[in-house]
Design a protein around this ligand. Structure first.
Ligand code: ADP
Length: 488
């Protein structure tokens, strides 16, 4: 199954990104717009009232206004004075104008722009009562009305400047939104690419994996979450590949094992059958020959029994039902017992066996009979695979909470290429030789399992034609998970 995600996924992610960015820009700009416009309005309002209070606080202007108000042609006089001060009042005849109103009815007597009708604002009404009207207005105009004698000096600003500036700001902001949109679109394309590329790579790699190809690696360019994901993905692929490889190897081993078992059992069966047939056919066979044949049959049956016993041990180990009986026992005694058991055979072959055990070996926690089985296997191998008249050294010692037992022989040795496989089930360097000496090829693998289950390890060093050294290391207090190991 191929998942074609590339164009569609890129487009949809890009659209989403553009949309989000645009929304963000719009929101941001709207907020900025509101604040700026309000700021501009407030600034202009407060500037206007500051300017007015400064202008009217001017004593010279106030004095001349008051004296002019008392004259006959007061409106003209007042008009002249205000015109003279128009710079101070910020009068431009366009956005800001002054007027002289009659206090009694608010009629426009004179003004800077010739307007004769004015709307009565709150400030004008206040001034008509004789007080100064300077309440800031937030509508579309701001004004002050100051009573002077029988007249009111009225200054009005239509806020055009503030309005113009606000519109200018809004225009600029809209322009920025447009530019922001173009930039965000470009950014989204780049972002979508950099974000999505590793993900697309991963999808492709996953597809390839589904097809059994683990070779695809994703290039991790960034240290961010996507980069981490890509790195984790690579690691996962690597692990999957290893696991799959292990499974394949295990499967191969299983097949080999079944083939080996069948073969190993068939060989003795075939010879038992042929000897038994010969015996039953040949009625006039000499009794010595009959005896010899029967001997072969018994031997082969024993061999089969041993193989079956070993296989049973291994299957118990594999299924986990192999309970070891942990106890604290005298390892030195075990070594000596095993030595005694093989001594006769060794002597028959003319071997010299040296026993060099450390004085007062510690007692160890373990399954005594299984450990003896291990020692027996190693020692009988040394005896078997050493040509007559060889030397076998058995030594032992204790170090750092561990004991070691070493069996060194001057035998045929194991070729370097075979060394890594001697713990494999049924593995024998020389099948004929092993068979001739009653070997099954299972001894070392069982010994290895037993030692590992004791939390120890087994090391084999060998040189072809020179000899072999097998060392078993065991923790004095048994494996950490041995039941009640500490109390033993
Ligand atoms: P076997 O029953 O054949 O002895 P083991 O599992 O005990 O099986 O040993 C596996 C193989 O390792 C043997 O067949 C033999 O080829 C090799 N081997 C083991 N111990 C020695 C040794 N001391 N010297 C030489 N070869 C050895």
């Amino acid at each position: 199954m191929k998942t074609d995600v590339q164009p569609g996924a890129l487009r949809s992610l890009r659209t989403k990104l553009i949309f989000i960015m645009l929304l963000l820009i719009l929101l941001l700009m709207a907020v900025v717009c509101v604040f700026l416009v309000r700021g501009v309005q407030t600034f202009f309002t407060s500037a206007f009232y500051k300017e007015m209070s400064a202008a009217f606080a001017n004593e010279q202007m106030a004095a001349s206004l008051y004296s002019a108000a008392r004259e006959e042609d007061a409106p003209e006089k007042l008009n002249d004075i205000l015109s003279a001060y128009s710079g101070k009042l910020g009068i431009d005849a366009d956005t800001r104008n002054f007027y002289i109103l009659r206090m009694s009815d608010g009629r426009v007597m004179a003004g800077s722009d010739g307007v004769t009708e004015l709307e009565f604002t709150n400030n004008i009404l206040t001034a008509m009562t004789g007080s100064e009207g300077a309440e800031p207005g937030y509508g579309d105009l701001m004004d002050v009305a100051v009573p002077v004698g029988d007249y009111i000096i009225y200054v009005k600003d239509n806020r055009q400047t503030a309005q113009d500036l606000s519109w200018e700001l809004i225009r600029l902001i809209l322009q920025s939104v447009a530019v922001g949109f173009v930039i965000s679109a470009a950014l989204s394309v780049i972002l979508a690419r950099t974000l999505l590329r590793p993900i697309l790579d991963m999808t492709k790699a996953a597809d390839a994996m589904a097809g059994g190809d683990f070779s695809r690696k994703i290039t991790v360019e960034s240290g961010d979450e996507v980069g981490n994901l890509a790195a984790t993905f690579n690691e996962m692929a690597q692990r999957l590949e290893t696991t799959l490889e292990e499974l394949k190897n295990a499967e191969t081993l299983r097949r080999e094992f079944v083939a080996n078992v069948s073969h190993e059992l068939r060989t003795p069966l075939t010879s038992i059958r042929s000897y038994a047939e010969t015996l039953s056919d040949g009625g006039d066979m000499p009794p010595e020959m009959q005896k010899e044949f029967l001997g072969v049959i018994v031997n082969e049956s024993d061999r089969m029994t041993k193989i079956v016993q070993d296989l049973l041990d291994l299957s118990k180990f594999d299924s986990g039902s192999w309970a070891l009986n942990f106890e604290r026992f005298d390892l030195e005694r075990s070594v000596r017992d095993v030595y005694a058991a093989v001594a006769l055979d060794a002597k028959k072959r003319g071997h010299i066996v040296n026993l060099e055990l450390e004085w007062r070996m510690p007692y160890v926690v373990g399954d005594r009979s299984r450990i003896e089985q291990v020692l027996m296997n190693i020692l009988s191998n040394a005896v078997k695979y050493t040509p007559e008249g060889g030397t076998i050294e058995i030594s032992s010692g204790a170090l750092d909470g561990q004991v070691w037992i070493r069996v060194q022989d001057s035998g045929i040795g194991i070729p370097e290429a075979d060394l890594p496989r001697v713990f494999d089930r049924f593995y024998r360097v020389d099948k004929a030789r092993s068979r001739a000496s009653g070997g099954t090829g299972l001894g070392l693998s069982i010994a290895h399992e037993i030692v590992e289950r004791h939390g120890g390890k087994m090391v084999i060093e060998s040189r072809e034609g020179e000899g072999t050294t097998v060392t078993v290391y065991l923790p004095v207090n048994g494996p950490a998970d041995a039941p009640g190991a500490e109390s033993l």
